[in-house]
Every structure is written in structure tokens, then in C-alpha cells.
Design a protein around this ligand. Sequence first.
Ligand code: AMP
Length: 304
Amino acid sequence: MKTQNKSRLRLAVQKSGRLSQECFELLRQCGLNATPSKTALFYRVSNFPLDLLMVRDDDIPSLVREGICDAGILGEDKYREEGLNGREEPDLPLFKRLGLATCRLCFAVPKESGIEEVSQLNQTRIATSFPGITSKYLKGLGVEAEMVKMEGSVELAPRLGIAEAISDLVSTGATLEANGMKVLQEIFSSEAIVVINPTLQENESSTYQEKFEILNRLGTRIDGVLKARDSKYIMLHAPADKVQNICDLLPGIESPTTIPLPGKPGTVALHAVCKENLFWETMEALKGIGASAMLVLPIEKMMD
Ligand code: AMP
């Protein structure tokens, strides 16, 4: 089955789970009316040419690969695992990293296991939902281990005596701690990503060009939201001869604007976007070299 609607982009998203909420929040911050009910499986965004298909994340790669959806948002962990299924490398083009739902795929072992390094996993059993990624990684290190495939509650495997170690996603580390386990080594860090059907980039027909344009419009909005999320707008008053020293203290500052202050010769107002968060220590240092009336504001959107 091929995508029917030629002028709308069809995006597969996770129906529920960690990534789902953050993903819908991002789409809303991009200005989209994206508030489907919990039971909806298909949702037509009313103010953007986008249709959302709410599915299980395991299904997203194949829906995108087969062209039923034009693009999909999913965890990089799922993408890599599914992509290795019978392949050397994942095959879907990566359109964008979203920096959401960040976590690490790690080897973990019971604290009292005596296992301190990955080489000690040789000839052990490893419980995981990611046998493809895990065995590929171990093979690279020359370690032979048996993969015990589990879909959930992987942390229970050592206690149940079905594995000596696990390879699982770790976010806060609370689940490992609650199960008396510790991280042995990180395999890779994962985040939410957007993957696309290759036809979108390759096919020159107007239908696919239109869809690709819609995708790029959405991509620009996503960039704007992500950039704004990490940036701050700062306004302050400063002695004119200290502007350079002040700029040196501001992290990731770009093209500050300085405005003379009427009635205050030798003093300027300085406005700038900082690409990182501003810590109290920086504000104190700024005050120390003469800055005053400092305001730090969040930024909602950015577009170059
Ligand atoms: P935590 O206790 O915060 O370290 O979370 C660990 C548990 O949540 C494990 O059961 C993981 O499989 C699961 N988990 C952590 N991060 C993610 C993620 N980004 N996506 C899906 N499951 C996750």
C-alpha cells in the first residue's frame, strides 16, 4: 500500500510511552494543532499539511520503509535494533535528531556479581530487548555471549537465574538501583530521531517534492524550537567601555545589540541571545564588572 494523500505528509509517532508525550509537546511548540485523544490511531492536523499515525514504536521503521508513512519519530535505539535485522547497518535515512527522550543503552550486572569489565561477559548470558546492537558491539570486542531476548522487565533476569548480565536502556538509573544492579559500560546514547522514506529525497515527481517541502518546513520549525529551548535572551545595562569584557563572559553569545541610554552618558543597554543557560555565577561575575539591571528571559521560537 502506498501513501494515498499526495499533498499531506504522513508521520508515524509512538502511540504511548516515554517518547510519545515529549513528541506531541514538540509538535505543539511547532505551532501544530496536535492534541489527539488517547484512543485515536489517526489524527489530521488542522493547521498544517500533516497526518499523524499513532502506532507501536516497533512498527515505525517498517511503516516508513514500505512508504505507508513518509516519516516517523522513534527512539534511536529501536531504529538501530530494527535496522540491524538481517542488515549490516540501519537503512532508513536519518532526517533529524530531536534531543528528546535521551537515554543510554548499557550493560548492567548485579552489584555483587564480581563482574567489573565487559571482557568478563565472555561465555555469559545477557538478557536484552536489543540483541542485534548488543551482540554486534560484543563481537567488535571479541566477546562471545548468548543473547536472551526479553521484551520487558529485563532487570529481573539475573534474579530469575536466566542471565548473568543485562543490556538495557538507562535513563535516571533508578530501576537498576531498585534491582540491586550497576552499570558496567555504556554501549551508546540514544535520543528521539526522525527517519524518512528514501523516496522522499530521491523521487523527483511533484508529489514527493511537495511532501519533502512539507517535511523541511516542519524541520525548520523543529530546529527553531530546539534552538530556543537551549537559548536565553539577556538584557542588561553596562559601562560602554566594559561591553567586550561582558561579552567574553556570556556563553555562546552572538552579535549583541548595544543601545546608548539617554541621560546616562558612558552607559549602554546590551541585548543578546546566549546559546546556553546562564548560571547565577555568571550573573554575579557580570555584576562584578559593572553590569546592572540584568534580565534573563526564555525564548519561545527562533528562525534565522
Ligand atoms: P530509569 O529507571 O529512569 O533508568 O529507566 C529505566 C527503565 O526505563 C528501563 O526499564 C528501560 O527499559 C526504560 N527506559 C529508559 N529510558 C527509556 C527510553 N528512552 N525509551 C524507552 N524505555 C526507556
